[in-house]
Design a protein around this ligand. Structure first.
Ligand code: ADP
Length: 186
């Protein structure tokens, strides 16, 4: 099962991805987590992306695509995966399509979590994870970047008829039940 989990910052992608991992036993590939890990460990990649992430901007497509394509070569992804935080721009979506075509495979479903913008801001500011990009100003930037650069990705997949919208408001378990309904059909 190959899934794209999509939605604005604060929509709960990471939380739901963890539940999908446990229930369906497929690995989670979060570009945000990989970048944070590299920043923490002060790798070359971490040094390259730190200031960009701290500002709430997007890491250049080339860097992200190289990272994802490289990561997906790992055997652990052979039976499926959840992509979280990728693709985040239309060029990234096109690069993913090319990679999938080269490997004679495809994405089974694209789930987008819908949450009203006021709730997104509240959730991020109250989650207290201590992320350096979780300040009011950075959150505003991230939402703006989402609207300008990431939302077009939704239309890209809508045109392919692949999108299922899931209401992202409710308890964690309620939302997961909605996701399971979608995934149990594929
Ligand atoms: P959120 O969904 O809350 O914004 P993420 O962990 O997905 O959190 O991403 C955090 C940051 O990591 C982004 O603001 C961006 O700087 C960087 N990032 C993650 N994924 C991508 C991507 N696919 N393309 C560009 N930048 C990315």
């Amino acid at each position: 099962m190959k899934i794209i989990l999509f939605g604005p910052p604060g929509a709960g992608k990471g939380t739901q991805a963890k539940k999908i991992v446990d229930h369906y036993n497929i690995p989670h590939l979060s570009t945000g987590n990989i970048f944070r890990y590299n920043i923490k460990n002060e790798t070359e990649l971490g040094k390259k992306v730190k200031s960009i992430m701290d500002a709430g901007k997007l890491v250049p497509d080339e860097t992200v695509v190289e990272l994802v394509v490289d990561e997906l070569q790992n055997d652990k992804y052979d039976n499926g995966y959840i992509l979280d935080g990728f693709p985040r721009t239309v060029p990234q979506a096109k690069a993913l399509d090319q990679f999938l075509a080269e490997n004679s495979t495809s994405i089974d479903t694209f789930i987008t979590l819908t949450v009203p913008e006021e709730e997104l801001v509240q959730r991020i500011l109250s989650r207290g994870e201590g992320r350096s990009d979780d300040t009011p100003e950075k959150v505003r930037t991230r939402l703006e970047v989402y609207r300008n650069e990431t939302e077009p990705v939704l239309n890209y997949y809508k045109e392919k008829g692949m999108v299922t919208e899931v209401d992202g408001v409710g308890t964690i378990d309620e939302i997961f039940e909605r996701i399971k309904e979608v995934l149990d059909k594929i």
